[in-house]
Design a protein around this ligand. Structure first.
Ligand SMILES: [Zn+2]
Ligand SMILES: [Zn+2]
Length: 326
């Protein structure tokens, strides 16, 4: 992205407006769409999660035959695998950006560091609060959904499609993981902003205005139950288990990247890897905008799309004032 960069005291603000992907352009823009699929959607994190899912299926998942019956032994292994991988990604980003402070505040959306000695958080500490909800509740609910789905495949309750049987279909379903996950996110997130559910569950995630990698799946257990219901699609749409695992990784681990709080991670002198999701960062800062993600731009349809510009911010303020007056 060629965005000029402005580092203000308040934090990093990419100056290019957040655009709707060319996939949705009319008339169609096939070349721009292909470029977006490759670089906007898949590279680098999407591909990393696909590779991780393949490795996890080959080396870190029990044999299907063992998963025919629900037993604590293999289910614990899945929990351990998911917890370890989340810790590797969220913990790695946290160490690099917040403990080592390798790039100080460069590309940091919010000028502040994470909260300590704040009564709003469990243990009065934002990182410990986020760790608690992510590991204890998040990884457990995620792993339970995954175990039940793999158990269904092991028992033939859902047909298991092998790659040699339908490579094109499974390739498309791999891509569909990203669209399904983000569409599902919009829908469940919108529901979680319904005031009773918000107060009961989602407010816990929104304690975090200034976000970090461990904020990603720091949610109330009820929100985890709703959020990880993303797996239910694979109970009616038959795929290969590697796609089930990818679905879990994208839902469970990618939020550590999108919530990293830094638009880019600098590695060495030259390498800049895109990381934090400016679109979702704005949801944490402004609250009633950007309920979804950019790959499925439902917010555009409903007028809640905040593209990060001063104009969008002024329009939001205007809407708020009109509502107060009304
Ligand atoms: Zn929200
Ligand atoms: Zn969030």
């Amino acid at each position: 992205m060629s965005a000029a960069v402005s580092h203000t005291r308040d934090g990093y603000r990419p100056t290019d407006p957040i655009a709707v992907p060319p996939l949705y352009a009319w008339p169609p823009r096939p070349l721009a769409t292909l470029r977006w699929l490759a670089t906007g959607l898949l590279f680098p994190w999407g591909l990393a999660f696909i590779a991780l899912a393949v490795l996890a299926w080959r080396y870190l998942t029990p044999e299907l035959a063992r998963m025919v019956t629900l037993e604590p032994g293999w289910m614990a292994l899945i929990w351990l695998r998911n917890t370890a991988l989340l810790t590797l990604v969220a913990g790695g980003l946290h160490w690099w950006l917040y403990i080592r402070r390798s790039q100080d505040r460069a590309y940091k959306f919010d000028g502040r560091w994470l909260a300590t000695d704040n009564r709003k958080f469990l243990f009065r500490n934002q990182v410990k609060d986020n760790l608690f909800w992510s590991l204890i509740s998040g990884c457990t609910v995620w792993s339970l959904y995954e175990c039940l789905t793999l158990w269904a495949y092991a028992n033939g309750f859902v047909a298991l499609i092998e790659w040699h049987e339908a490579p094109v279909y499974l390739g498309l379903m791999t891509l569909a993981v990203f669209f399904w996950s983000t569409l599902h996110f919009y829908l469940n997130h919108r529901l979680l902003h319904w005031p009773p559910l918000y107060r009961l569950a989602h407010a816990l995630h929104h304690r975090n205005v200034n976000i970090g990698p461990w904020t990603g799946i720091s949610m109330h257990p009820l929100e985890h139950l709703i959020y990880f219901s993303v797996f239910l699609l694979w109970w009616v749409v038959p795929v290969h288990p590697v796609i089930v695992i990818l679905s879990g990784f994208y839902q469970g681990i990618s939020p550590a990247v999108s919530h990293s709080g830094f638009g880019k991670v600098l590695i060495g002198e030259r390498a800049r890897v895109s990381a934090g999701d400016h679109f979702h960062q704005l949801h944490h800062q402004c609250f009633e905008v950007n309920y979804g993600n950019t790959p499925t731009p439902v917010d555009k349809l409903f007028g809640t799309w905040h593209d990060g510009t001063r104009e969008a911010h002024a329009a939001l303020k205007h809407r708020r004032r009109a509502r107060q007056l009304g």
